[in-house]
Design a protein around this ligand. Structure first.
Ligand code: NI
Length: 253
């Protein structure tokens, strides 16, 4: 059965240099039906498109990640626009706010807003990163009303309900299997399966029992099992519904 859809991956990461092609081929000839590789800067957005050209089930998001911004970033918006025209570019991502890092907040907000305007212009969904920036992220989402995913969601159940009401999807990954995931489990409880999508953020955030090891899309099964437990259903049902959600949000059906 091909029922694993990884909505957020970084196979361009150097952790995959030794075996990238073998690994992606093996995953896509197994249970994984779709992967969206996220761009974090211009080079990684290009790399994502190159990977997408090689594999049927792999798609690219192109964008500027808050952690990767500098004085030149506002000048790169047009390049992102050009990359987004590629037939296998399905989203603008990974974009957003990260207040854990010292990148100036005004710069982050300006680039994030510009990326959301671009996505709106192109009628494309977005993949949003929000780390320790819940208030500003929600304010900006309410202003621009994008379609898409709030990835590796770390806000409250209340925020999740608001995001879902705005028509967005909540991205869940390996964190749901961690011992300290109480808040994340409350989020899963608070929103319907129809508003969830699954992801790895690989090579990071491997679920238990592989926590701390290199992650890949095959491990999504463990995330699905944990969500199934909370939703009193089967992992297969979680995979089936979240795959449909992923195909809907990325306009792949
Ligand atoms: Ni990411």
């Amino acid at each position: 059965m091909k029922d694993i859809f990884d909505t957020h991956a970084h196979y361009d990461d150097k952790a995959f240099d030794p075996d990238r092609d073998e690994l992606i081929s093996a995953l896509l000839s197994g249970r994984v039906c779709g992967i969206v590789n996220q761009g974090t800067d211009i080079a990684s957005s290009r790399f994502s498109l190159e990977l997408a050209e090689k594999y049927d089930g792999l798609y690219a998001a192109v964008g500027l990640h808050p952690e990767c911004l500098d004085e030149n970033s506002m000048n790169e918006i047009d390049t992102v626009r050009q990359l987004a025209a590629h037939p296998k570019a399905v989203a603008v991502g990974e974009i957003g706010l990260d207040y854990y890092y010292d990148v100036p907040r005004d710069l982050q907000k300006n680039v994030f807003s510009a990326m959301l305007e671009l996505a709106d212009d192109l009628s494309m969904p977005v993949n949003i990163h929000d780390r320790e920036a819940h208030g500003d992220t929600l304010d900006i989402i309410k202003k621009y009303r994008p379609k898409g995913i709030l990835h590796c969601f770390s806000g409250s159940a209340e925020m999740a309900r608001e995001v879902v009401k705005l028509g967005m999807y909540i991205g869940m990954g390996g964190v749901v299997t961690f011992k300290n995931a109480r808040k994340t489990l409350e989020v899963i409880d608070a929103v319907p399966l129809e508003s969830l999508v699954l992801e790895t953020d690989c090579p990071y955030l491997s679920p238990v029992p592989f926590r701390g090891k290199r992650n890949d899309s095959g491990n999504i099964i463990y995330t699905a099992e944990k969500i199934a437990e909370i939703k009193s259903t089967t992992a297969e049902e979680v995979l089936r519904i979240t795959k449909e959600n992923a195909q809907t949000v990325y306009k792949l059906k």
